[in-house]
Design a protein around this ligand. Structure first.
Ligand code: IVH
Length: 680
């Protein structure tokens, strides 16, 4: 920690050391998969740097790891002209195409000997990263190959992109080229989160990565799981690599994630073997792989071979077919989601596809089933969207026997039996009963999840038991759980029970956005909750905000706003929030928003007793809104808030002509300040 006795030079040195250290641990963790320290230790370093930078904003550098959380929103993207064009690749689909490719090269090169390398073809978004004197200067997309978008701010949030090259003496110019992608797992999680929040799913990881890079708000990008693999260079100065193998090693040495495998091949027969071997490995990578790239290894030959209009002659892509499988749809069952959505699920005769056995596939909704005319008993083709999420892509209608059954969504929730209904304008059918056990378990699990209240130890099995046992009927009940109650449950030793109780207690201090997200309000994801925290002082302000106010917030549309308002209007939910507060869950915004907040520049002095809150609470509300609180009245005081039986401060205020607010006026000022367009 920065202690009182440090000098500015000490602080600067410490910050530089922390930055280097954190970047090194970032690389070890994200790129090399070989962390040296525990997450907590990493968090400690990170928090120290953040605190240091907060206390001394002049110490912040553009390449500080703390900048990875995303900077200010952009109006639009600037354009970047690529010093060397970003070309694309010719595709091949058959082994004979590869032999033709080899024959062409041999014709062009005559007797000159050469070798090949084979690498996975990553299905992502091509980017160029330009480093000036080792620091990331510009990150851009391919665009039309000559001019791309400047997406530097977004790319800086990607942990596998070094902000500085790991080299004592980096080359003055170094442009790494490669692919930004969304790992398959992250893609599945993001889509699940979007589905829960009522947002449309991305069709595959590549679309998700491309859509994310195009967002104008880097803070949202920072919350999305993006990775990068670099496999090529553009413009560079003062470095040369004789072969692709050397280049790959150099990229890794600089701290990039390079292609995980590279086969060196003496001839085209070896290339064909490598392409075949790679195909077998495709499902083991965290990225989607849509083929292999075959490159001439010796870089001195690249210029000799040159390029055609759109692609270099010295490399070619070999595309793999997406895997599909045929199976029988045995049954359509209906699942109930945390927010009550009834989702039809295809129960399939188990079949191998894209590296795993699939026995269920989502059918999205009733309309989708109608459109594809999917019936129970049909033979169907399934494919994994983005190699991850199994989907029924086609019905083999010629195989119908006439015994297939048309499916209808149930009119009642299959879990609680209460009526399920389709609201106007929505495709989803929902169970509206929040106490529906299906939703309660999911709700509690969501409430406790890492992205929400982050309660350690409250796993699925435990949630099952506490809900089934009637110990928990809503999230506020969690805070009443005792070690005695929990240690009576299955697989719960006293010690683990204590840990759970401690974990629940610790969650009382979570940031406001986590509580908002944890409430499981329909359409409100973690990101919207964060936006809310940036604009509201506390939960009360949110719960009493009319939808028109909510709609003024960035990224909050009418649907989300209406959903929050509907949630807040229900007595049951107001009661829940009241009980959460009563049990000590903090429900105030943690930070003063960047830029100062609506009470910026105002200094308050509080005197006398307020009816609706303590003076401490009032002070906190003022600070959250960007104002200052002083203990005595002076010329700098802009407002005195006078409660019952005010002291001499009120007299002094009157003498100095300072504006005096009574409690009602003060409360009105707080309410008026809660959402202000300038407060971003
Ligand atoms: S080499 C001339 N190596 O696939 C540009 N490209 O479909 C080729 N890609 O434009 C650069 N993995 O965006 C190369 N290991 C790899 C690759 C790769 C994916 C992308 C790249 C290229 C596209 C062509």
């Amino acid at each position: 920690m920065a202690s009182r006795s440090t000098t500015p030079a000490d602080d600067a040195r410490r910050a530089a050391r922390l930055r280097a250290e954190i970047e090194r641990h970032n690389r070890l963790y994200y790129v090399e998969n070989a962390p040296e320290i525990a997450d907590r230790e990493y968090d400690r370093l990170y928090d120290e740097l953040r605190a240091l930078e907060a206390a001394h904003p002049e110490l912040v550098t553009p390449d500080s790891p703390t900048r990875r959380v995303g900077g200010e929103p952009l109006e639009g993207f600037a354009q970047v002209r690529h010093e060397l064009p970003m070309l694309s690749l010719d595709n091949t689909y058959a082994v004979d195409d590869l032999r033709d490719f080899d024959a062409r090269l041999r014709r062009l090169l005559g007797a000159t000997p050469f070798t090949y390398v084979v690498e996975p073809k990553i299905d992502g978004v091509a980017v160029a990263l330009r480093y000036a004197d080792g620091r990331l200067a510009t990150g851009s997309t391919r665009g039309d190959g000559c001019v791309g978008d400047d997406v530097t701010a977004n790319l800086k949030t990607v942990r596998t992109i070094p902000l500085r090259l790991a080299a004592e003496k980096p080359p003055p110019v170094f442009e790494a080229r490669g692919e930004v992608f969304m790992p398959k797992e992250g893609f599945a999680a993001l889509n699940a989160e979007r589905a829960e929040a009522g947002q449309p799913a991305f069709a595959n990881p590549r679309n998700a990565a491309a859509g994310t890079l195009k967002l104008l708000d880097p803070k949202i990008v920072a919350g999305r799981p993006l990775h990068a693999i670099m496999y090529a260079v553009g413009a560079v100065a003062e470095v040369e690599y004789a072969t692709q193998e050397e280049l790959r090693a150099a990229l890794a040495g600089f701290g990039f994630r390079a292609p995980p495998r590279q086969w060196k091949c003496a001839d085209i027969a070896a290339v064909i073997d490598a392409v075949e071997e790679l195909k077998g490995l495709r499902h083991g990578f965290d990225f989607e792989m849509d083929g292999a790239v075959i490159k001439v290894n010796e870089r001195s030959l690249h210029a000799r071979l040159g390029t055609t209009a759109k692609s270099p002659r010295w490399q070619v892509a070999f595309k793999y077919e997406p895997e599909r499988a045929e199976t029988v749809l045995l049954k359509i069952s209906v699942q109930v989601g945390r927010t009550g959505t009834l989702t039809p699920v295809a129960e399939l005769e188990p079949v191998r596809v894209a590296g795993s056995t699939v026995s269920r596939a989502t059918l999205h909704n009733e309309d989708d089933i109608r459109r594809k005319d999917i019936r129970v008993g049909d033979r169907v083709l399934i494919e994994k969207a983005g190699d991850v999420i199994p989907a029924v892509v086609e019905v083999l209608k010629h195989a119908r026997t006439g015994r297939e059954k048309v499916f209808h969504m149930p009119a009642k929730c299959p879990v609680c039996g209460e009526p399920a209904a389709r609201r106007e304008g929505e495709v989803a059918v929902r169970c509206e009963n929040l106490q529906c056990p299906a939703q309660l378990k999911r709700w509690i699990r969501h409430f406790a999840s890492r992205g929400a209240m982050d309660i350690e130890g409250l796993g699925e099995a435990l949630v099952e038991q506490i809900v089934d046992g009637g110990l928990v009927k809503d999230p506020a009940d969690l805070y009443d759980l005792t070690v005695e109650q929990l240690s009576g449950l299955e697989r719960m030793a006293r010690k683990s029970a204590q840990n759970v109780v401690d974990g629940i207690a610790a969650s009382r201090q979570r940031d406001l956005w986590r509580v908002v997200f944890a409430l499981g309000i329909r359409h409100v994801g973690a990101r919207s909750a964060q936006t809310i925290e940036e604009h509201f002082a506390d939960m009360d302000a949110l719960m009493s905000a009319p939808p028109e106010r909510l709609e003024q917030l960035p990224d909050i549309g009418p649907v989300v706003a209406a959903s929050i308002a509907a949630f807040s209007a229900r007595p049951r939910h107001r009661e829940l929030v009241r009980r959460l507060r009563e049990t000590g869950v903090a429900m105030r915004a943690a930070r003063t928003p960047a830029g100062g907040g609506p009470l910026r520049g105002k200094t308050f002095v509080l005197t006398g007793a307020l009816e609706s809150m303590t003076r401490d609470e009032a002070g906190e509300k003022i600070r959250v809104l960007g104002g200052r609180v002083a203990s005595s009245v002076s010329k700098k005081t802009t407002h005195v808030v006078a409660g019952g039986e005010p002291g001499s401060k009120l007299d002094k205020a009157r003498k100095l002509g300072v504006e005096v607010l009574d409690e009602k006026q003060f409360l009105k000022m707080l309410t008026d300040s809660r959402v202000s367009p300038e407060w971003r």
